[in-house]
Design a protein. Structure first.
Length: 432
């Protein structure tokens, strides 16, 4: 009898402790949304990263909001239940009561989105970034229907976030909400934290909303595209978390960044001069966007890109992101070997020209083999055109490819700067 009483007391104490923890945890979370959204909140920025990170998987996202943050309802978009495509967009809504307000979290998928990645390259000839704007419009329509159905006569607060592509879409979505009249919400009640977001708004639409914070690493390539030269920007305020102590912080977290090597003086005559990651990144973008000969694929202007490169890149990347990770690595290795062999030959000689043709044919055959083994349907004529356009582009950018191969660690470092672990660690150490 005494044993049963003791067990019940222990159970009661454990339950009380659990309830206390629940209350504190929930109160801590909700305290962020009782503050004015126009003031940067580092803790909310970190929470936004964690929320955006969870969107890679629907089950993980639901557990994060309902179990970790104690939101009472959760809704995931239908695109989570189908293979990602160039036209899909994963996002989640979660709700919790916040005093007299209803807080709705709107998180855009920025991880595990496969072929959705292809829409990153669909910029369009003018206006907002076509791929991001199309996705944002879809979320906007769903959000409008959701709020009108469940919260048509309540005071709303929004919490919006997304990482990488998800951040780009979230930034455009924030502009849509703030610039239209469908939602009766004040800037101070709309908390927007995007992470490593690319640029997707025209200069006219990229308004300096005080409640929109774009957390970027200036040594990460992604936040610099689509480039300003294409007339594309982010709305809100950029918060640069890059620090010269990045290597130290990463090592402390048992992560290692590839070393950065300044461009040698002799190489700067054909490549460019760069003594820092930011200078390397800026120089790389300038080289990529240099004018091309007429009739060749080109990044020189947004219109030329749309006319000569866009459709081909979208198609190739949609196929690429649908193959298995092992085959994807094999294809990347094949491309690397292709460029190494291609640039070792003298293309202006007969033997060099023949070798170039053989290398090109071999790489295309490798692509077909991988697609076939992964049972991925493709249009052969469309694939050939896309493949040849990229090969032509590479041939006209020989100095860019050669420079990236020479300074491969620098390129690798730029890629590591976009990894979520790097973003999280640098954000943890960020000081306003």
């Amino acid at each position: 009898m005494k044993k049963h009483i003791a067990q019940r007391i222990i159970l009661f104490v454990n339950l009380a402790i659990a309830l206390m923890f629940f209350s504190c945890n929930k109160d801590t979370m909700q305290s962020h949304f009782k503050k004015d959204a126009t003031t940067f909140n580092k803790e909310l920025a970190l929470l936004s990263f964690d929320a955006a990170r969870a969107t890679g998987d629907k089950t993980e996202a639901e557990a994060f909001f309902t179990e970790n943050l104690h939101f009472d309802t959760f809704l995931a978009s239908e695109d989570y239940d189908a293979p990602p495509s160039a036209n899909s967009i994963g996002f989640v809504f979660a709700h919790t009561k916040l005093g007299d307000n209803d807080l709705i979290a709107i998180m855009v998928r920025g991880f595990n989105y496969g072929a959705e990645w292809a829409s990153n390259f669909r910029m369009g000839k003018k206006g907002n970034h076509a791929g991001f704007a199309s996705a944002a419009e879809k979320i906007y329509a769903e959000l409008l229907e959701y709020t009108q159905k469940h919260f048509h006569d309540t005071k709303l607060k929004f919490w919006i976030s997304g990482y990488s592509r998800g951040g780009g879409v979230a930034n455009v979505l924030a502009h849509f909400i703030l610039s239209r009249e469908d939602f009766d919400i004040l800037q101070k009640n709309m908390y927007v934290y995007t992470l490593e977001a690319p640029q997707g708004l025209t200069e006219e639409n990229a308004l300096p909303y005080p409640n929109v914070f774009n957390i970027i690493n200036s040594a990460d390539l992604v936040p610099h595209v689509a480039p300003n030269d294409y007339g594309l920007y982010r709305c809100g305020n950029d918060v640069d978390i890059y620090t010269s102590e990045a290597d130290t912080y990463m090592r402390e977290a048992e992560k290692e960044l590839a070393p950065f090597t300044p461009i040698r003086t002799e190489d700067s005559t054909w490549f460019f001069k760069a003594d820092s990651e930011q200078e390397f990144l800026a120089g790389l973008l300038i080289k990529i966007m240099e004018a091309q000969p007429d009739g060749f694929p080109s990044f020189a202007t947004r219109e030329k890109y749309a006319n000569t490169v866009q459709d081909h890149m979208c198609y190739l990347f949609e196929l690429f992101m649908n193959i298995s990770s092992e085959e994807r690595k094999a294809l990347l290795d094949a491309f690397k070997g292709f460029f190494q062999a291609l640039y070792s030959e003298q293309a202006d000689s007969l033997s060099g020209s023949l070798q170039m043709i053989m290398q090109t044919t071999g790489l295309y055959g490798k692509m077909i083999s991988i697609l076939t083994s992964d049972t991925i349907t493709y249009d052969d004529a469309k694939l050939q055109k896309a493949f040849m356009a990229i090969v032509q582009l590479a041939l006209t950018k020989k100095d860019v490819v050669a420079g990236c191969m020479t300074y491969a660690d620098n390129l690798k470092r730029l890629g590591q700067m976009h990894e979520p672990a790097t973003t999280r660690i640098l954000l943890e150490h960020y000081e306003e």
